[in-house]
Design a protein around this ligand. Sequence first.
Ligand SMILES: [Zn+2]
Length: 341
Amino acid sequence: MFPKDHFFPWHQVNAQTFLTQQENRSHAYLFHGQQGIGKGHFAWILAKALLCTSSHHKPCNQCQSCHWIDLNHHPDFKCVVPDILASDFGLTPLDIKEKLSKDVRVEQVRGIENFAQLSSHQSGLRVIMIYPTENMNLIAANALLKILEEPPKNTLFLLVTHQMRVLLPTIVSRCRLWHLKTPTIQEGLDWLVSHGFEKEQALSAIHAQAGSVIPALTTLQEGTNWRRFFLDICSQQEAISIPYLLQNDTIKSQNILEILHGLQQITTDLILTKLGNSPKYFPQYNPIFNNIVNRLPVERLFKLNQFLTEQKKKANHPLNEALFLQVIFQKFFVLLNFQLT
Ligand SMILES: [Zn+2]
Protein backbone atom coordinates (compact mmCIF):
# COMPACT_ATOMS: atom_id res chain seq x y z
CA MET A 1 0.00 0.00 0.00
CA PHE A 2 1.31 3.41 -0.97
CA PRO A 3 0.97 6.55 1.14
CA LYS A 4 -2.56 6.60 2.53
CA ASP A 5 -2.55 10.25 3.47
CA HIS A 6 -1.45 12.26 0.45
CA PHE A 7 -1.29 12.43 -3.34
CA PHE A 8 1.95 11.64 -5.11
CA PRO A 9 3.78 14.96 -5.63
CA TRP A 10 3.37 14.82 -9.43
CA HIS A 11 -0.41 14.49 -9.07
CA GLN A 12 -0.91 17.41 -6.69
CA VAL A 13 -1.90 19.86 -9.41
CA ASN A 14 -4.27 17.33 -11.03
CA ALA A 15 -5.87 16.73 -7.65
CA GLN A 16 -6.28 20.40 -6.77
CA THR A 17 -7.82 21.15 -10.16
CA PHE A 18 -10.31 18.34 -9.69
CA LEU A 19 -11.17 19.12 -6.09
CA THR A 20 -11.62 22.85 -6.60
CA GLN A 21 -13.94 22.40 -9.61
CA GLN A 22 -17.03 21.38 -7.79
CA GLU A 23 -19.48 22.99 -10.20
CA ASN A 24 -20.86 20.87 -13.02
CA ARG A 25 -19.13 17.79 -11.86
CA SER A 26 -19.85 14.74 -13.98
CA HIS A 27 -21.16 11.53 -12.38
CA ALA A 28 -18.34 9.50 -13.91
CA TYR A 29 -14.70 10.21 -14.62
CA LEU A 30 -12.21 8.13 -16.52
CA PHE A 31 -8.69 8.81 -15.33
CA HIS A 32 -6.14 7.77 -17.91
CA GLY A 33 -2.41 8.04 -18.37
CA GLN A 34 0.79 6.02 -18.58
CA GLN A 35 1.05 2.74 -16.69
CA GLY A 36 3.00 2.73 -13.43
CA ILE A 37 2.53 6.37 -12.39
CA GLY A 38 0.13 5.76 -9.49
CA LYS A 39 -3.27 6.31 -11.12
CA GLY A 40 -5.02 3.79 -8.86
CA HIS A 41 -3.52 5.51 -5.85
CA PHE A 42 -4.69 8.87 -7.20
CA ALA A 43 -8.30 7.65 -7.42
CA TRP A 44 -8.16 6.19 -3.92
CA ILE A 45 -6.82 9.39 -2.31
CA LEU A 46 -9.26 11.42 -4.39
CA ALA A 47 -12.15 9.37 -2.98
CA LYS A 48 -10.81 9.99 0.49
CA ALA A 49 -10.56 13.73 -0.13
CA LEU A 50 -14.08 13.85 -1.61
CA LEU A 51 -15.60 12.08 1.37
CA CYS A 52 -13.52 13.87 4.01
CA THR A 53 -15.78 15.84 6.32
CA SER A 54 -13.23 18.46 7.40
CA SER A 55 -11.38 19.47 4.28
CA HIS A 56 -12.38 19.79 0.65
CA HIS A 57 -9.00 20.01 -1.01
CA LYS A 58 -7.18 17.03 0.44
CA PRO A 59 -7.91 14.31 2.97
CA CYS A 60 -7.53 15.66 6.52
CA ASN A 61 -6.58 12.16 7.76
CA GLN A 62 -8.19 13.00 11.10
CA CYS A 63 -11.96 12.83 10.65
CA GLN A 64 -14.13 9.75 11.03
CA SER A 65 -14.57 9.50 7.28
CA CYS A 66 -10.82 9.49 6.55
CA HIS A 67 -10.37 6.94 9.31
CA TRP A 68 -13.06 4.68 7.83
CA ILE A 69 -11.43 4.85 4.41
CA ASP A 70 -8.09 3.85 5.93
CA LEU A 71 -9.76 0.84 7.51
CA ASN A 72 -11.77 0.08 4.39
CA HIS A 73 -14.99 0.41 6.29
CA HIS A 74 -16.43 3.53 4.72
CA PRO A 75 -20.14 2.91 4.06
CA ASP A 76 -20.12 5.38 1.14
CA PHE A 77 -16.99 4.19 -0.62
CA LYS A 78 -16.52 1.13 -2.77
CA CYS A 79 -13.08 0.24 -4.09
CA VAL A 80 -13.35 -2.31 -6.91
CA VAL A 81 -10.05 -3.92 -7.87
CA PRO A 82 -9.01 -7.42 -8.99
CA ASP A 83 -7.88 -9.83 -6.29
CA ILE A 84 -4.28 -9.46 -7.40
CA LEU A 85 -4.36 -5.78 -6.38
CA ALA A 86 -6.55 -6.17 -3.28
CA SER A 87 -3.72 -5.96 -0.76
CA ASP A 88 -2.35 -2.77 -2.39
CA PHE A 89 -5.58 -1.11 -1.29
CA GLY A 90 -5.81 -2.75 2.10
CA LEU A 91 -8.51 -5.19 0.93
CA THR A 92 -8.74 -8.94 1.29
CA PRO A 93 -8.93 -10.91 -1.99
CA LEU A 94 -12.44 -12.31 -2.58
CA ASP A 95 -11.21 -15.64 -3.81
CA ILE A 96 -7.86 -16.82 -2.48
CA LYS A 97 -6.31 -19.21 -4.96
CA GLU A 98 -2.75 -20.00 -5.88
CA LYS A 99 -3.01 -17.43 -8.64
CA LEU A 100 -5.10 -14.41 -7.74
CA SER A 101 -7.45 -13.07 -10.39
CA LYS A 102 -6.20 -10.19 -12.55
CA ASP A 103 -9.72 -9.30 -13.60
CA VAL A 104 -12.49 -7.22 -12.13
CA ARG A 105 -15.18 -9.87 -12.16
CA VAL A 106 -18.82 -9.59 -13.05
CA GLU A 107 -19.81 -10.38 -9.43
CA GLN A 108 -17.85 -7.32 -8.36
CA VAL A 109 -19.66 -5.14 -10.88
CA ARG A 110 -23.00 -6.54 -9.69
CA GLY A 111 -21.87 -5.68 -6.17
CA ILE A 112 -21.66 -2.06 -7.34
CA GLU A 113 -25.31 -2.22 -8.33
CA ASN A 114 -26.31 -3.38 -4.85
CA PHE A 115 -24.12 -0.75 -3.24
CA ALA A 116 -25.60 1.98 -5.43
CA GLN A 117 -29.13 1.06 -4.37
CA LEU A 118 -28.40 1.70 -0.70
CA SER A 119 -28.91 5.20 0.59
CA SER A 120 -25.74 6.96 1.54
CA HIS A 121 -24.67 6.84 5.15
CA GLN A 122 -24.05 10.54 5.53
CA SER A 123 -26.88 11.53 3.15
CA GLY A 124 -24.26 12.85 0.81
CA LEU A 125 -21.94 11.60 -1.80
CA ARG A 126 -21.03 8.00 -2.54
CA VAL A 127 -17.86 7.17 -4.42
CA ILE A 128 -17.10 4.07 -6.46
CA MET A 129 -13.61 3.49 -7.77
CA ILE A 130 -12.82 0.87 -10.42
CA TYR A 131 -9.22 0.05 -11.24
CA PRO A 132 -8.01 -1.06 -13.76
CA THR A 133 -11.17 -0.68 -15.81
CA GLU A 134 -9.66 -2.47 -18.84
CA ASN A 135 -9.27 -5.71 -16.84
CA MET A 136 -12.87 -6.74 -17.29
CA ASN A 137 -14.53 -9.23 -19.61
CA LEU A 138 -17.37 -8.25 -21.91
CA ILE A 139 -20.09 -9.45 -19.53
CA ALA A 140 -18.66 -7.40 -16.68
CA ALA A 141 -18.13 -4.40 -18.98
CA ASN A 142 -21.75 -4.58 -20.16
CA ALA A 143 -22.96 -4.77 -16.57
CA LEU A 144 -20.92 -1.65 -15.80
CA LEU A 145 -22.26 0.11 -18.85
CA LYS A 146 -25.80 -0.57 -17.67
CA ILE A 147 -25.04 1.09 -14.34
CA LEU A 148 -23.42 4.11 -16.02
CA GLU A 149 -26.41 4.50 -18.34
CA GLU A 150 -28.73 4.98 -15.40
CA PRO A 151 -26.40 6.40 -12.79
CA PRO A 152 -27.62 6.34 -9.21
CA LYS A 153 -28.06 9.76 -7.59
CA ASN A 154 -25.24 11.38 -5.63
CA THR A 155 -22.81 8.76 -6.79
CA LEU A 156 -19.46 9.52 -8.35
CA PHE A 157 -17.63 6.91 -10.43
CA LEU A 158 -13.85 7.09 -10.60
CA LEU A 159 -12.71 4.76 -13.37
CA VAL A 160 -9.02 4.29 -14.00
CA THR A 161 -7.27 2.95 -17.09
CA HIS A 162 -4.03 3.02 -19.00
CA GLN A 163 -5.58 1.33 -22.04
CA MET A 164 -8.50 3.44 -23.02
CA ARG A 165 -8.61 1.91 -26.50
CA VAL A 166 -9.63 -1.51 -25.18
CA LEU A 167 -12.60 -0.16 -23.20
CA LEU A 168 -16.10 -0.29 -24.63
CA PRO A 169 -16.50 3.02 -26.48
CA THR A 170 -19.93 3.29 -24.87
CA ILE A 171 -18.29 3.22 -21.41
CA VAL A 172 -15.74 5.85 -22.44
CA SER A 173 -18.44 8.12 -23.84
CA ARG A 174 -20.34 8.00 -20.54
CA CYS A 175 -17.35 9.39 -18.66
CA ARG A 176 -15.56 12.68 -18.54
CA LEU A 177 -11.93 12.02 -19.46
CA TRP A 178 -9.20 13.20 -17.13
CA HIS A 179 -5.56 12.79 -18.02
CA LEU A 180 -3.14 12.08 -15.21
CA LYS A 181 0.35 13.42 -15.55
CA THR A 182 3.43 11.24 -15.88
CA PRO A 183 6.11 12.42 -13.44
CA THR A 184 9.18 13.97 -15.05
CA ILE A 185 12.42 12.05 -14.57
CA GLN A 186 13.43 14.64 -11.97
CA GLU A 187 10.14 14.30 -10.05
CA GLY A 188 10.45 10.51 -10.08
CA LEU A 189 14.06 10.71 -9.03
CA ASP A 190 13.38 13.11 -6.15
CA TRP A 191 10.61 10.83 -4.91
CA LEU A 192 12.73 7.67 -5.02
CA VAL A 193 15.67 9.43 -3.36
CA SER A 194 13.28 10.60 -0.61
CA HIS A 195 12.57 6.89 -0.06
CA GLY A 196 16.22 6.33 0.76
CA PHE A 197 17.51 5.07 -2.58
CA GLU A 198 20.75 6.26 -4.13
CA LYS A 199 20.45 8.77 -6.95
CA GLU A 200 22.41 6.72 -9.49
CA GLN A 201 20.52 3.55 -8.68
CA ALA A 202 17.13 5.30 -8.73
CA LEU A 203 17.87 6.89 -12.09
CA SER A 204 18.83 3.60 -13.70
CA ALA A 205 15.66 1.96 -12.29
CA ILE A 206 13.51 4.76 -13.77
CA HIS A 207 15.16 4.40 -17.16
CA ALA A 208 14.84 0.61 -17.05
CA GLN A 209 11.09 1.05 -16.46
CA ALA A 210 10.68 3.61 -19.25
CA GLY A 211 9.89 6.42 -16.84
CA SER A 212 7.32 4.53 -14.74
CA VAL A 213 8.09 5.39 -11.16
CA ILE A 214 6.03 2.78 -9.31
CA PRO A 215 7.60 -0.26 -11.04
CA ALA A 216 10.98 1.46 -10.54
CA LEU A 217 10.29 1.51 -6.79
CA THR A 218 9.38 -2.20 -6.86
CA THR A 219 12.63 -3.01 -8.70
CA LEU A 220 14.62 -1.04 -6.16
CA GLN A 221 12.86 -2.75 -3.26
CA GLU A 222 13.55 -6.17 -4.77
CA GLY A 223 17.16 -5.07 -5.17
CA THR A 224 17.20 -4.31 -1.48
CA ASN A 225 15.77 -7.76 -0.76
CA TRP A 226 18.52 -9.69 -2.53
CA ARG A 227 21.21 -7.58 -0.90
CA ARG A 228 19.71 -8.32 2.51
CA PHE A 229 19.51 -12.03 1.75
CA PHE A 230 23.10 -12.01 0.56
CA LEU A 231 24.39 -10.08 3.58
CA ASP A 232 22.53 -12.42 5.91
CA ILE A 233 24.32 -15.34 4.27
CA CYS A 234 27.62 -13.52 4.81
CA SER A 235 26.80 -13.10 8.50
CA GLN A 236 26.42 -16.83 9.11
CA GLN A 237 29.34 -18.76 10.49
CA GLU A 238 28.71 -21.79 8.29
CA ALA A 239 30.38 -22.62 5.00
CA ILE A 240 28.64 -21.07 2.02
CA SER A 241 26.98 -23.07 -0.73
CA ILE A 242 27.15 -21.23 -4.07
CA PRO A 243 24.49 -23.48 -5.71
CA TYR A 244 22.12 -22.55 -2.84
CA LEU A 245 22.77 -18.85 -3.47
CA LEU A 246 22.17 -19.23 -7.19
CA GLN A 247 18.83 -20.92 -6.52
CA ASN A 248 17.49 -18.09 -4.41
CA ASP A 249 14.53 -16.29 -6.01
CA THR A 250 15.57 -12.79 -5.00
CA ILE A 251 18.97 -13.38 -6.63
CA LYS A 252 17.52 -15.10 -9.69
CA SER A 253 15.25 -12.13 -10.34
CA GLN A 254 18.19 -9.71 -10.64
CA ASN A 255 20.29 -9.06 -13.70
CA ILE A 256 24.04 -9.57 -13.49
CA LEU A 257 24.93 -5.90 -13.63
CA GLU A 258 22.62 -5.22 -10.71
CA ILE A 259 24.27 -8.02 -8.72
CA LEU A 260 27.74 -6.72 -9.54
CA HIS A 261 26.64 -3.25 -8.49
CA GLY A 262 25.42 -4.64 -5.15
CA LEU A 263 28.61 -6.65 -4.57
CA GLN A 264 30.62 -3.50 -5.23
CA GLN A 265 28.59 -1.59 -2.67
CA ILE A 266 29.28 -4.34 -0.13
CA THR A 267 32.99 -4.26 -1.02
CA THR A 268 33.06 -0.46 -0.63
CA ASP A 269 31.50 -0.85 2.81
CA LEU A 270 34.11 -3.49 3.71
CA ILE A 271 36.93 -1.16 2.64
CA LEU A 272 35.44 1.72 4.64
CA THR A 273 35.13 -0.54 7.69
CA LYS A 274 38.72 -1.76 7.33
CA LEU A 275 39.89 1.86 7.20
CA GLY A 276 37.99 2.65 10.38
CA ASN A 277 35.06 4.49 8.77
CA SER A 278 31.35 3.75 8.89
CA PRO A 279 29.78 1.71 6.06
CA LYS A 280 28.07 3.93 3.50
CA TYR A 281 25.45 1.60 2.02
CA PHE A 282 24.59 -0.94 4.70
CA PRO A 283 25.37 0.72 8.06
CA GLN A 284 23.24 -1.83 9.93
CA TYR A 285 25.70 -4.57 8.93
CA ASN A 286 28.67 -2.84 10.55
CA PRO A 287 29.38 -5.66 13.08
CA ILE A 288 29.33 -8.26 10.29
CA PHE A 289 31.66 -6.17 8.13
CA ASN A 290 34.00 -5.84 11.12
CA ASN A 291 34.07 -9.61 11.53
CA ILE A 292 34.89 -10.12 7.87
CA VAL A 293 37.62 -7.48 7.57
CA ASN A 294 39.34 -8.47 10.81
CA ARG A 295 40.85 -11.45 9.09
CA LEU A 296 41.85 -9.66 5.88
CA PRO A 297 44.56 -7.30 4.62
CA VAL A 298 43.12 -4.18 2.95
CA GLU A 299 44.90 -5.06 -0.32
CA ARG A 300 42.63 -8.08 -0.63
CA LEU A 301 39.58 -5.82 -0.57
CA PHE A 302 41.02 -3.55 -3.26
CA LYS A 303 41.74 -6.64 -5.34
CA LEU A 304 38.13 -7.73 -4.96
CA ASN A 305 36.90 -4.30 -5.99
CA GLN A 306 39.12 -4.38 -9.08
CA PHE A 307 37.87 -7.86 -9.96
CA LEU A 308 34.23 -6.70 -9.77
CA THR A 309 34.96 -3.65 -11.96
CA GLU A 310 36.53 -5.94 -14.59
CA GLN A 311 33.53 -8.27 -14.50
CA LYS A 312 31.16 -5.35 -15.08
CA LYS A 313 32.79 -4.82 -18.49
CA LYS A 314 32.06 -8.43 -19.45
CA ALA A 315 28.61 -8.57 -17.90
CA ASN A 316 26.56 -7.43 -20.87
CA HIS A 317 27.02 -10.56 -22.95
CA PRO A 318 28.10 -13.52 -20.85
CA LEU A 319 27.88 -16.81 -22.76
CA ASN A 320 26.37 -18.56 -19.79
CA GLU A 321 24.82 -16.29 -17.15
CA ALA A 322 24.61 -18.89 -14.38
CA LEU A 323 28.23 -19.91 -14.85
CA PHE A 324 29.36 -16.29 -15.00
CA LEU A 325 27.58 -15.56 -11.72
CA GLN A 326 28.95 -18.72 -10.12
CA VAL A 327 32.52 -17.61 -10.91
CA ILE A 328 31.85 -14.14 -9.50
CA PHE A 329 30.38 -15.47 -6.24
CA GLN A 330 33.21 -17.97 -5.86
CA LYS A 331 35.89 -15.34 -6.28
CA PHE A 332 34.01 -12.97 -3.96
CA PHE A 333 33.87 -15.45 -1.10
CA VAL A 334 37.33 -16.90 -1.63
CA LEU A 335 38.93 -13.43 -1.53
CA LEU A 336 37.02 -12.75 1.68
CA ASN A 337 38.29 -16.00 3.25
CA PHE A 338 34.89 -17.68 3.49
CA GLN A 339 34.62 -21.45 3.54
CA LEU A 340 32.71 -22.92 0.60
CA THR A 341 30.91 -26.24 0.55
ZN1 LIG B 1 -10.95 13.81 6.76
